[in-house]
Design a protein around this ligand. Structure first.
Ligand code: DAH
Length: 367
């Protein structure tokens, strides 16, 4: 028993003095390993009398678990100390500026989001949202586009089966247009309404100017006595602010959308040469967006009385806006996640778009 006491005090002292995990492991092997001192004493039990064996065996078991506990505790405190030392060693000053070559970039589409929100925010518009996966009611029917309406062919829709119904009319879609948010907004709030709805849209299309997922921003204004003049003034202010020009020629061409009557497309003046597109001057025209006065059927579908309220709406392709403003030739490159591309076309994160501080800092100060 005296052996046990000695062994205990020397081993515990060694454990307390161990300076690293390696030293601790050596102690464990020396004491509890195959040839360790406690293991040897255990082997020696065979030579003892039954009485001695009982007493000595019990003592050795207690010793063994005391040593194991001490090893565990020391291991834990050494690991903690090691971690603390590492943390202290690797402290970094997060307030230091990043190295320019490592700095991330804001994607042009994100930049356009910010710019569009800054411009319409200044005019008093709120940002509204709707789901990417829509039912046909919100994406089509309520927008005066019932099943079999020829305008459904204008868009190559991705349909999603409805697990609860075999009827094709109940299948979902990934929304083909942010116009669905017009309906969701009317369902959620009463006029006056003044919202923009930027978001993702989807159509089965793929070439230099079309990708299956793209971005639109929808606008909707509903109030009493709203006229086409309001629409024209609002969109004129928008394109001037967006292209950062004091003046810009615009024209409206009659068009057709099921959810507006009358409908128009807005063009802006530009000059096209073989190598360059200059916006804001010249004899050429560039189509920029679709718009119109909200169709009475759409107001009714949204629970609004068209005899009391009128509205205007518009829809703009945001990727197209980015291509025009920042001179990016191929839409497909937007979604290829190539960091070299992002470095070239992206924006410095701290250059936030604002109407007072400058939208884009003159067309991409980042570059
Ligand atoms: N949703 C139309 C499209 O995707 C764009 C559009 C046109 C939206 C006219 C409107 C609008 O709100 O009034 O082609």
């Amino acid at each position: 028993m005296e052996n046990i006491e000695n062994l205990k005090s020397t081993t515990l002292a060694q454990i307390a003095a161990a300076q690293d995990l390696k030293a601790l492991e050596d102690i464990r092997v020396n004491v509890l390993g195959k040839k360790g001192s406690v293991t040897e004493l255990m082997k020696g039990l065979a030579t003892l009398s039954v009485e001695e064996k009982k007493e000595m065996g019990k003592g050795l078991n207690i010793l063994k678990s005391e040593i194991e506990n001490a090893l565990d505790a020391r291991r834990q405190s050494l690991a903690e100390a090691e971690l603390n030392a590492k943390l202290a060693r690797e402290t970094i000053d997060v307030t230091l500026p990043i190295r320019p070559e490592n700095q991330g970039r804001i994607h042009p589409v994100s930049k356009i989001y910010e710019e569009v929100i800054a411009i319409f925010g200044e005019m008093g518009f709120e940002v509204a949202e709707g789901p990417d996966i829509e039912d046909q009611f919100h994406n089509f029917n309520a927008l005066n586009t019932p099943a079999n309406h020829p305008a459904r062919q204008m868009q190559d829709t991705f349909y999603i089966p409805n697990p609860e119904s075999d009827n094709f009319d109940d299948s979902y879609v990934v929304r083909t247009q942010t116009s669905s948010v017009q309906i969701r907004t009317m369902e959620a709030k009463r006029p006056p309404i003044r919202i923009i709805a930027p978001g993702r849209t989807y159509r089965s299309d793929y070439d230099a100017t079309h990708t299956p997922m793209f971005h639109q921003v929808e606008g909707l204004v509903i109030d009493k006595n709203i006229t086409m003049a309001h629409l024209k003034g609002c969109l004129y202010d928008f394109v001037k602010a967006f292209f950062e020009l004091d003046d810009i020629p615009v024209r409206y061409r009659p068009s057709y959308f099921p959810f507006t009557e009358p409908s128009a497309e807005m063009d802006i003046g530009c000059k096209k040469t073989k190598t360059e597109l200059k916006i804001g001057a010249g004899d050429d025209w560039l189509e920029i967006l679709g718009c119109g006065m909200v169709h009475p059927n759409v107001l009714r579908a949204g629970g609004i009385d068209p005899d009391e309220y009128q509205g205007f709406a518009f829809g703009v392709g945001m990727d197209r806006l980015a291509m025009l403003k920042y001179g990016i030739p191929d839409l497909r490159t937007f979604f290829e996640s190539d960091v070299r591309w992002l470095k070239h076309y992206g924006f410095v994160p701290l250059d936030e778009a604002s109407m007072t501080g400058g939208l884009s800092n003159n067309g991409g100060a980042a570059r």
